[in-house]
Design a protein around this ligand. Sequence first.
Ligand code: GLA
Length: 393
Amino acid sequence: MILDVFRQRYGSDEGVRVFRAPGRVNLIGEHTDYNLGFVLPIALDLACFVAAADSPDGLMHIYSEEKHQSREWPAAEVGSLSPSHDWTDYMVGVAHELIRAGFPIAPQRLLVRSTVPEGSGLSSSAALEVSSALALLGGREIPPLALAKLCQRAEVGFVGTPCGIMDQYVSVFAREHAALRIDCRSLESQSVTLPDDIEILAVNSMVKHALGQSAYKQRTEECAAAVDAIRRMDGNLQSLRDVTVAQLERSMPAMPGIIARRARHVVTENERVSLFVNACQRGDVERMGQLMVESHVSLQHDYEVSAPELDFLVDTAIGIDGVLGARMTGGGFGGCTVNLLLQGASQRFRSTITHAYQERFGITPQIFDCRPSGGAGEVKNFERIPTSVPLSS
Ligand code: GLA
């Protein structure tokens, strides 16, 4: 139980409250959020839990169970800390933003337990940010959108990743049993009920190529360059979200090839999100699968954020009976694929993909069932907090 660990660590578990924030898998709409477009993630059972209690010694204590690492500072100094370039930055960054938003930080003892595998593209960072923010708030009210934006600012400003809003937003707003279609400009969202006869599985390639971080920033710059180029030809325009396929086709010949391809991914991906939501509402699972594969191809060739391991997992998956579609999910350059299966196909899928991946790369992939879970909040029933990362297959 998390309380036992807390007691062992800090001597007492009096007054402990636990806050949870889920990781996510994005069904479709990749690299569209920072272009103010559309995304369709679901929150996962995999989540980050932060157990918190007041600290009598004036210090802020943090401890990560997975990393077996701890850190402490005088609480009054947390607001002036600089980044240490490790996991603590997510928490300190959030503390900075809370202070800035008018929520002073009290001395606390915090214990972090996360079942979201790090570097897997399932958004372990947003889960840590959002659960930490709730723990640091300790019950003080904040509007959910302000919470999501504050956590995104912590990641952009303090951690230094120029990410969009998708991960933090879905971690806060997710609803059980449904995907969330988020408009990343208006920041409004709708629940999208998924057909009954499908299963969603994430396959972790277990690799994370170093290129990812710099490439992500580069892609944001390339998208900005595409907006500038299209604006010069076609008038007023704020982001690639505003570009239609026809407008894109007109402007492509005048843009450098690479910029044109980046823009084509974003414009067509936004369209695929709408088509996917429509197919979902009609229960057209074949079409949903096709759109996922189209998304992958576009990410692979136009946006160039895939990796040989991800391409192999997708190619293998779509050859397995009962698999409707597959694609890389998250930022790319490693991490997970998301797979859409007909109900009943998962056992065959798990064994076939595991053997094929082992044979090709010598790596055993982790496989996760993705059932849409609810968004972040306080956990009252401690019995429901998992003790460790769920095992694959
Ligand atoms: C990362 C970022 C998100 C989003 C995805 C790509 O997960 O944190 O904001 O941009 O990549 O869709």
